[in-house]
Design a protein around this ligand. Structure first.
Ligand code: AMP
Ligand code: MG
Length: 414
């Protein structure tokens, strides 16, 4: 049997994403519930932030022209706490003012209280010369009226929820959640909780992929239907796929995507639609399938299919490389790229591989990257110990001190 040529990730990813047309359907959700969702409508400011010039200090609002020299004595005529509006300030007057309170008309500077000496009964001595504009936060310095503060296709973060709230948005229009059916293949798999470790039959292993795949999908805004473990049988696989395709946008599986006799994913998807089985030039990873499953109702369109390898770290890494951008693109995310930063290797990697490698590493206190000793695709400990991967080009060795490209799990898993 001839081996199919390996496909590079840079070729595969655009081909894959070309299929990820944003799903129709927009949801209006409470801003509280919108973290991690993708905006389906621009957010335009209906007011300025801050709405008025206000004090950035506790102190006294003054006219700078009254305080050209140190030691100016001003009469304190009013008190303006945050949330109240003061009266116009006359020549020779000061207003006791607190952080966030609007600057009264006539005032053009704030003197912090540490630079003042209150004089009984109602005077204040300003100890330093005061430039106009001092300690004033200008209206609109954060957001100007009519500006777009968040754009369609942005993924919302806690900070963006706060920004939306600052212009009065209690609700946001976000893309619909992709409906994803998840199932694992493999007759060797048993579920934690169903079988105790001491009762495991020879050859059994626990289904670990199901746990991280479900969690990662949920973090990416997907609504997951977990179909559990499907037996390694052609008919059962076809049946599971057909059922799942009806009410989902994507069926995601792990295992069974090689072309061995016990790998039933390929013929099952082909029986119901189309399949591209790729041998990707990545490590861990390699076998990966993308296809489309026809729905029983032909007017209902097709359901996407993605098949991940069974080895846990391969499954984990191919999910992040391919499924993550895909499900974000289904939500209309503008930019699905992941950040790579230049870091220094604190290890040697002497065995160049013909595949592009994603090595599990951890940042150390000296600003370098340490390598997890066992990079096998079955060793999930590497992904727990590590806080990211080095994206190492095919055919490249690494020597201690070399600059390498690092992808942080903190961003990749968000
Ligand atoms: P496969 O891709 O089905 O040939 O599986 C490759 C390897 O991954 C085998 O050693 C499987 O036992 C293991 N594997 C497959 N699925 C899972 C899973 N859900 N959890 C843990 N290991 C798995
Ligand atoms: Mg299998």
């Amino acid at each position: 049997m001839t081996r199919p040529a390996l496909l590079s990730l840079d070729e595969a990813l655009p081909q894959l994403l070309a299929h990820a047309k944003p799903l129709s359907g927009v949801q209006r959700v409470s801003t509280f519930e919108a973290d991690g969702r993708v905006l389906a409508q621009d957010v335009t400011a209906g007011l300025q932030v801050p709405p008025q010039d206000n004090s950035s200090m506790d102190g006294y609002a003054v006219r700078a022209s009254d305080c050209l020299q140190a030691g100016a004595l001003l009469r304190v005529t009013q008190r303006i706490p945050a949330g109240t509006q003061g009266a116009p300030l006359g020549v020779g007057e000061a207003a006791r003012i607190f952080t966030g309170a609007p600057i009264p008309e006539g005032a053009d500077a704030v003197v912090m209280q540490e630079d003042c000496e209150p004089m009984e009964p109602s005077y204040v001595k300003v100890l330093k010369p005061t430039p106009a504009g001092q300690w004033i936060r200008r209206s609109g310095e954060d957001v100007t009226l009519g500006s777009k503060v968040l754009l369609t296709g942005d993924r919302l973060t806690p900070a963006s929820l706060g920004l939306a709230a600052s212009i009065g948005m209690a609700q946001l229009h976000v893309a619909a959640r992709p409906r994803v059916a998840l199932f694992s293949t493999g007759d060797e798999l048993v579920m934690p909780g169903d079988v105790a470790p001491q009762d495991m039959a020879a050859g059994s292993i626990y289904n670990s992929n199901r746990f991280f795949l479900r969690a990662m999908l949920q973090r990416l805004g997907c609504k997951v239907t977990d179909l559990g473990i499907v037996p390694d049988q052609r008919e059962a696989t076809v049946q599971a796929l057909r059922d799942a395709a009806a009410g989902h946008d994507l069926v995601l599986t792990s295992g069974g995507v090689s072309v061995g006799e016990e790998d039933h994913i390929k013929p099952a998807v082909q029986a119901l639609g189309t399949l591209n089985l790729w041998q990707l030039a990545i490590k861990p990873g390699k076998p990966f399938a993308y296809g489309q499953v026809n729905r029983a109702d032909p007017t209902a369109g097709v359901c996407h299919f993605m098949g991940l390898p069974g080895n846990p770290v391969s499954s984990f890494v191919t999910f992040l490389l391919l499924v993550r951008p895909f499900v974000l693109a289904l939500q209309g995310l503008k930019n699905t790229d992941i950040t790579r930063t230049a870091q220094t290797a604190n290890f040697d990697w002497l065995r160049a591989d013909k595949r592009r490698e994603f090595l599990r590493v951890k940042r150390n206190a000296q600003g370098g990257l340490d390598l997890f000793a066992n990079q096998s695709s079955g060793v999930l400990t590497s992904a727990v110990w590590g806080d990211g991967v080095v994206d190492n080009p095919a055919g490249q060795t690494i020597a201690k001190g070399d600059t390498v490209q690092f992808i942080s799990f903190a961003e990749w898993l968000s």
